[in-house]
Design a protein around this ligand. Structure first.
Ligand code: PEP
Length: 247
C-alpha cells in the first residue's frame, strides 16, 4: 500500500451500522470505481472480509494496542489484516467518550498500526464547550502532542489525521469551510514545526456532517485533503458523490 503525497482521501465510517446486504450493495455500486481519490470504507469488523475491494479499500474502526493474548473482546492488528483491513480509525470521539480512550492510548494504537503496516486514521477535535472557551488549538494541540511524542517523523508520515469537531458529528451542523480550514492550518502548522516536508505531505481530513451538497466547498480549502464521512457513507450514491467531490 503506497501513500502518495496529498492524494485526496475519503473514508466512510459506518460506525455500528451495516449488514452483509449493504456490503453487497456497495460491492456492486463501487465496482471498478475509478477516481484520483483514495477511497476507504471503515466498516464493523464482522463485515470487512466481505467487501470485494474493487475500486476501494477497507478499514476497521478500532484496534487493540496490545498483541494477541488474554484480552477478551479486543481485536489485534493481525486479525484486522486477515479480515482485509489496510486502515484503522483510531481515537474517534465516540470511543474517546464512550470507552474513555485517552490521548496516550490513542497514540499507542496509532503506533501499533504503523509498526504492522496498517494506516491509522487518527481523529482529533474539540467539543462545543471547548470551542466556546476559545481553546480549540490548545485542546487539539494536546491530542496531537500525545501522538508526536511517541511516533517518529517516518511513522507520522504514514498516518492520516482527521479533524472532527465533536459538535459537528452526526448533528447536521457542519463546520463552515473557513472554520475547517482554520483548524486544518493549525494542524499542518503544528507538524511543520516538527518537519516541513512531513507537514507538506500529511493528509488532513475534515469530518462532521459532510454531505454531497457541502463536500466540494469543504474539500476545496487549502489544507483539507478529503473527509471522514459518517452518516452519508451508508448510502452508496451519496458516498460516491462525496468521493467525486474530493477529486
Ligand atoms: C464521524 O462519525 O466520523 C462523522 C463524521 O459522522 P457524520 O458524518 O455523520 O457527522
Amino acid at each position: 500500500m503506497s501513500i502518495n503525497k496529498r492524494q485526496p482521501f475519503v473514508a466512510g465510517n459506518w460506525k455500528m451500522n451495516g449488514s452483509l446486504d449493504l456490503v453487497k450493495d456497495f460491492n456492486e455500486k463501487l465496482a471498478g470505481f475509478s477516481t484520483n481519490t483514495e477511497v476507504v470504507i471503515c466498516a464493523p469488523a464482522t463485515l470487512t472480509h466481505a467487501f470485494n475491494q474493487n475500486g476501494f479499500s477497507v478499514g476497521a474502526q478500532n484496534v487493540s494496542h496490545l498483541d494477541n493474548g488474554a484480552h477478551t473482546g479486543e481485536l489485534s492488528v493481525g486479525m484486522l489484516k486477515e479480515a482485509g483491513c489496510g486502515y484503522v480509525i483510531v481515537g474517534h470521539s465516540e470511543r474517546r467518550e464512550d470507552q474513555g480512550e485517552s490521548n496516550a492510548l490513542v497514540a499507542l494504537k496509532a503506533k501499533k498500526c504503523i509498526e504492522n503496516d496498517l494506516v491509522p486514521i487518527i481523529c482529533v477535535g474539540e467539543s462545543l464547550e471547548i470551542r466556546e472557551a476559545g481553546e480549540v488549538e490548545s485542546f487539539v494541540g494536546q491530542q496531537l502532542k500525545a501522538i508526536t511524542d511517541i511516533l517518529s517523523i517516518e511513522e507520522l508520515a504514514k498516518t492520516v489525521i482527521a479533524y472532527e469537531p465533536i459538535w459537528a458529528i452526526g448533528t447536521g451542523k457542519t463546520a463552515s469551510p473557513a472554520q475547517a480550514q482554520q483548524v486544518h492550518e493549525f494542524i499542518r502548522g503544528y507538524f511543520s514545526k516538527i518537519d516541513a516536508e512531513l507537514a507538506e505531505g500529511l493528509r488532513l481530513l475534515y469530518g462532521g456532517s459532510v454531505k454531497p451538497d457541502n463536500a466540494r466547498t469543504l474539500f476545496a480549502q487549502q489544507d483539507v485533503d478529503g473527509g471522514l464521512i459518517g452518516g452519508a457513507s451508508l448510502k452508496a450514491e451519496d458516498f460516491i458523490s462525496i468521493c467525486q467531490a474530493a477529486n
